[in-house]
Design a protein around this ligand. Sequence first.
Ligand code: CUK
Ligand code: CUA
Length: 624
Amino acid sequence: MFTGCKQSSQTSNNSALSSDVASKVYVAPGEYDEFYAFVSGGFSGQLSVYGLPSGRLLKVIPVFSQDAEKGYGYNEETIPMLNTSFGFIPWDDAHHPELSQTDGETDGRWVFINGNNTPRIARIDLSTFETAEIIEIPNSGGNHSSPFTTENTEYVVAGTRFAVPYPQKDMSIKEYKGNFKGALTFIDVEKESGHMEVAFQVLMPGFNYDLAHSGKGKSHGWTFFTTYNTEESNTLLEVGASQNDKDYIAAINWKKAEEYIAEGKFKTIPANYAHNIYDEKTHVATSEMKKEVRVLDPAECPGLVYFLPTPKSPHGVDVDPTGEYIVGNGKLSADLTVHSFTKVLQAIENKSFDGEAYGIPILKMDEIVAGIVEQPGLGPLHTEFDGKGNAYTTFFISSEVVKWKVGTWEVIDRIPSYYSVGHLMIPGGDSKKPEGKYLVALNKITKDRYLPTGPELNHSAQLYDISGDKMELLLDFPTIGEPHYAQGISAGKVMSKSKKFYPIDENEHPHATKSESDVKVVREGNIVRIYMTAIRSHLNPDNIEGVKVGDKVYFHLTNLEQDWDVPHGFSVMGAQNAELLVMPGQTETLYWEPKQEGVYPFYCTDFCSALHQEMQGYVRVSPA
Ligand code: CUK
Ligand code: CUA
């Protein structure tokens, strides 16, 4: 009644969907895709990896989630990754993946992603495609404008969406105005290890900080954050936050911040936050609680922060590849306002201010605007660039992608997205060197694009060819969770670094068993440690006796394989957690509390060879 005709009418709308288009997304069996796309899983807390142009799902990386498939957040090695100052929190709302950069270009080392709800940033190592580190953001709420990077990954940033008491304390919500604060956090990223540290926070007025992007080229050294609710209203019901005709883009001079830090012009305030690292050698995560943070107050640090007035609740803020143009996507506006970084610097030099807010100078809008893209669509959210002088902006309300020319501000093409596009992604499209061949629209609503799957439909992405003058729709593909934002990179930059296995002689796990002759069962009080190995096609030991009801049993399984793509899995009947999925050369631990006497089977859960089914055994549980 609905599918057939709806589908056929759309197909005819997209008359470009010819066999020519099909060949553009066809990646023959056995061939590799040209790009990796890292797509956020939104409220699934995961990050999924797709190949482009095929849209094939290659991997789901658990980040802020427990994942039974990989044992992440279930095995003893990774449970500490999900530790926070609020305890073990195995869920978050992941919005923005961001690739690390060198000289403003994506470098394929890491991808960062933010967790909004219990403010966190994760770093995923692209040699293993595993979550390597998670740091909590103190005195923050709704870590939304995050984790956008600077040109050499000096910092990733974390801007609080919600203003909160700073530091957190019990107080009346009605006293929000003037008392709640917004923290913009700069996380230092160590060049070699990639480890993150909270370098400093900038204490901002109690606005809502929505998104961010750092400068590049001539604007290197600055980071821009959009704001809304500059009224500082404690409720957004009815009038709420959209009274002001203009909100601000906050421009932070982080090089200046470094000077102030070096001069000791910071305060140290109490803060509680977790820093979790998955050690590369032991493959065991440890969690450390941090106690304080350094804070810079803009009122006491002249030159640190300026406000750039921008119409109608700017949502995304995007900097073009030259670093000159700062695009404010005013989500309630019909126009796009583009600021000139050169003009911003001039206005600052001339001290041409339009007053100040909490000691932060406000620039005059007419002095800093480079141009306005007039009436391109309704509800602009995000802009990316193709490196050929064009910009592409998403329009949520009019559900389309609009291409316009940087510098002349003319609209040159538009194409519908199905439906309600939020972010868009061009590989490298927020860096200095976009690889402007494809564009992916990340759509909030799927409706009738796929076979119905009950009330809930997977969200959807759409791939467009942007190599010509006109954008061309090539492909729809469903995504996991909400595809909030994505990053893309040409495959070669990542493939060359990809690890195939872990050398067994470098395994420093405290409970590793590096040879089958070392397997054993060790009892320490009511703790039983089973040192077990897996290699095609047996688990060793495979007959275990001496375990009692109520014991705390740790299966420490080492995979002795030294070959690509031969993980072994493990679980035991009645296991309370999940399974293990152990990579070649690695050790993982399953914790088990047997509750009843009996003989319990265990087996390898990952199909690993013709004799996979033979990888099995028993553990006998006797009365306490
Ligand atoms: S935000 Cu949702 S469409 Cu969380 Cu990046 Cu703009
Ligand atoms: Cu090892 Cu299946």
